[in-house]
Design a protein around this ligand. Structure first.
Ligand code: MG
Length: 174
């Protein structure tokens, strides 16, 4: 069985607050490669500032969070890198994956615009993209606890676990 990839990103904007074709600023990208036996590999990146549009509502939302976001800490420690490097690494990481998952379509929509504006290869197609939110709602999967929400790597790990739960429910119902 081919591996699958789960992606989660954090941004400084939401599509509903910006023009439809906006390239939204991405501050954190996490990806986990997995198969039926568990996690195979992971990728965690912090794109440098200035890679897209930001909106005031989203910035205000980050300010109201009661801890320093992982991406702010990473930038303070110089762990960020150019968005083109992050997008290339993500493309490479996704090579050979059977399906590319996110919690909601939003994440891949944002990344798609980032790839498009830079004329870079986007590592999924309309046939390989999947969204967990719809599946979890449909099968009635329990919400899983996340100690560090809005930090992309813990979010991504919880999403992989929730997908596994969804599949268990589906197998049980079959
Ligand atoms: Mg997240």
């Amino acid at each position: 069985m081919k591996p699958e990839v789960m992606i989660d990103i954090e941004t400084l904007g939401l599509p509903e607050n910006l023009p439809g074709n906006a390239v939204i600023a991405v501050v954190e990208i996490a990806a986990i490669k997995f198969d039926g036996n568990g996690i195979l590999d992971q990728l965690h990146m912090f794109p440098s500032e200035g890679n897209g549009s930001i909106d005031e509502n989203t910035v205000a939302w980050w300010i109201k969070q009661c801890r320093i976001p992982a991406w702010v800490d990473a930038r303070d420690r110089g762990l960020d890198k150019p968005i083109v490097d992050c997008l290339s690494s993500l493309s490479e990481f996704c090579q050979g994956a059977e399906s590319i998952w996110t919690r909601k379509p939003f994440d891949l929509d944002v990344l798609k615009n980032q790839y498009l504006i830079r004329q870079m290869y986007q590592p999924w197609s309309h046939k390989t993209r999947r969204d967990l939110y719809t599946l979890a709602e449909e099968v009635g999967a329990p919400k899983l606890h996340n100690e560090n929400p809005h930090d992309a790597m813990p979010d991504c790990a919880v999403q992989v676990n929730q997908l596994i739960e969804c599949r268990k429910i589906l197998r049980g119902a079959a």
